[in-house]
Design a protein around this ligand. Structure first.
Ligand code: CFM
Length: 463
């Protein structure tokens, strides 16, 4: 079945099956864009590499763990201070990253000796850290280094340390999505079940697929705490290495980002029989629904209602102030994948806005199923979008604001269109009730910034 295409000049034939416009009365499952396949050479993709998915998204968030990148020093750049996931222990993970600084001679003669020396040096430099993740990169994977053997050797030698090896080189898959997958499965197979947590409540969950972007995890944890629920492990926001080893002890897996962490939830179900409950953690309606679902699982409906009532009383008037002013504004969501389907209805129902285009860097077809089911007629859906296609969307649609990362964001700013950082946020957290008010405030401030009056030319008005 051919896709209903977005007819524009710059969608080249090879890209046509990656773009879709939803029409009235269509069985959208027939028209899913191609996804999770190689980027076409020459397309200026926004994707990250597979190593980035393992390190920058998942493992790098852990707050008590030495992060050792085994590769050329450049691979460590994209880890240092480029993501905003704070922790309650003075942000160790945002300050330090270690690299083995592999050079040409190591590529020729092997880098395992260098790795061992670096592991020992790092443990010496951070004597309070007894946990480490080693990441292979393209160079050290290609030369066939065996970090697991080296790690085993060091664990035996030092006795009191634990090391996990993330073996997912940049080239391992078509995007960061592969890195999520490999990290999930390897962690499950090697580390889950090796540590026993202290159980303090009759109700226990793992919160899976939330990375504490600007404090998101803290907001969610507070709701669960007020409902009397213990979060055994947060995968991986504000979490410790040993916390993640304890995931087998929870009664329920609550999954937010199904793309990056659905795998581990599925494995926990298979191996330990822990059920999986998917939720949405952005937007008033969704968060209330999610708390109700978790409450219903444990028979804690009343406590869920109490938290929801308290939060509505506190935050709804503020949200309404913004809603009145944002009603009818048009926006695009151009992020990784899940945020498209998490956000589109939350922005429309809670804030009265209209989403006119969504582009996903690495979402799979199951993400597009959800995106298109929740999205509007006439909206332009793109897989792995590139700059030319983004420009084309902006020509076609009058857009007031765009959720995207700084790369595309800085580009659209030159066209005098405000952007909200859809990855690391502007002034988050964005999750939960207070978070959605923060998000509304950032959108409002972006659209109403006095800079637009001074900037003159505005392509949206054709001036
Ligand atoms: Fe999940 Fe994420 Fe996302 Fe993601 Fe990402 Fe991200 Fe994202 Mo940027 S884990 S898939 S790989 S919700 S970093 S915190 S914002 S692209 S939509």
């Amino acid at each position: 079945m051919p896709l209903k295409l977005f007819e524009c000049d710059t969608v080249i034939p090879e890209r046509k099956r990656h773009v879709y416009v939803k029409n009235v009365g269509e069985d959208t499952s027939m028209f899913l864009p191609m996804a999770n396949i190689d980027t076409i050479p020459g397309s200026i993709s926004e994707r990250g590499c597979s190593y980035c998915g393992a390190k920058l998204v998942i493992g790098g968030v852990l707050k008590d763990t030495i992060q050792l990148i085994h590769g050329p020093v450049g691979c460590a750049y994209n880890t240092w201070h480029t993501k905003r996931y704070p922790s309650d222990n003075d942000n160790y993970q945002l300050k330090y990253v270690c690299s083995t600084d592999v050079k040409e001679k190591h590529v020729i003669f092997g880098a395992e000796k260098l790795l061992k020396q670096n592991i020992l040096e790092a443990f010496k430099a951070f004597p309070n850290c007894k946990r480490m993740i080693i990441y292979t990169t393209c160079a050290t994977a290609l030369i066939g280094d065996d970090p697991k053997a080296v790690a085993k050797d060091v664990m035996k030698e030092l006795g009191d340390v634990d090391i996990f090896c993330s073996q997912c080189a940049g080239f391992a898959g078509v995007s960061q999505s592969k890195g999520h997958h490999v990290f999930n499965i390897d962690w499950m197979n090697e580390k889950v079940g090796t540590y026993e947590p202290e159980i303090t409540s009759d109700y226990t969950i793992n919160m899976i697929g939330d990375y504490n972007i600007q404090g998101d995890s803290v907001v969610l944890s507070d709701y669960f705490h007020r409902m009397g629920i213990q979060v055994i492990a947060h995968f991986t926001g504000n979490e410790t290495y040993d916390g993640l080893r304890s995931m087998h002890r929870a009664q329920l897996n609550v999954v937010n980002c199904a793309r990056s962490a659905g795998y581990i939830a599925n494995e926990l179900k298979k191996k330990y029989g822990i059920p999986r409950l998917d939720v949405d953690t952005w937007g008033f309606n969704y968060v209330a629904e999610s708390l109700r679902k978790v409450g219903a699982f444990f028979g804690l409906e009343n406590r869920a209602e109490q938290v929801i009532a308290e939060e509505y009383a506190k935050w709804e008037p503020k949200l309404n102030w913004y809603k009145e002013r944002l009603k009818g504004k048009k926006l695009c969501i151009w992020t990784g994948g899940p945020r498209l389907w998490h956000w589109t209805k939350a922005l429309e129902d809670d804030l009265g806005m209209e989403v006119v285009s969504m582009s996903s860097k690495f979402g799979h077809q199951e993400d597009f199923e959800k995106v298109i089911a929740r999205g509007n007629i006439g909206t332009i859906y793109i897989d792995d979008g590139n700059e030319l296609e983004f420009f084309e969307v902006l020509k076609e649609k009058k857009v007031d604001v765009i959720f995207t990362g700084p790369r595309v964001g800085e580009l659209v700013k030159k066209l005098h269109i405000p952007y909200i950082n859809g990855h690391a946020y502007h002034n988050g957290p964005y999750m939960g009730f207070e978070g959605w008010v923060n998000c509304a405030r950032d959108i409002y401030n972006g659209i109403h910034s006095p800079i637009w009056a001074l900037a003159g030319k505005d392509i949206r008005k054709g001036a």
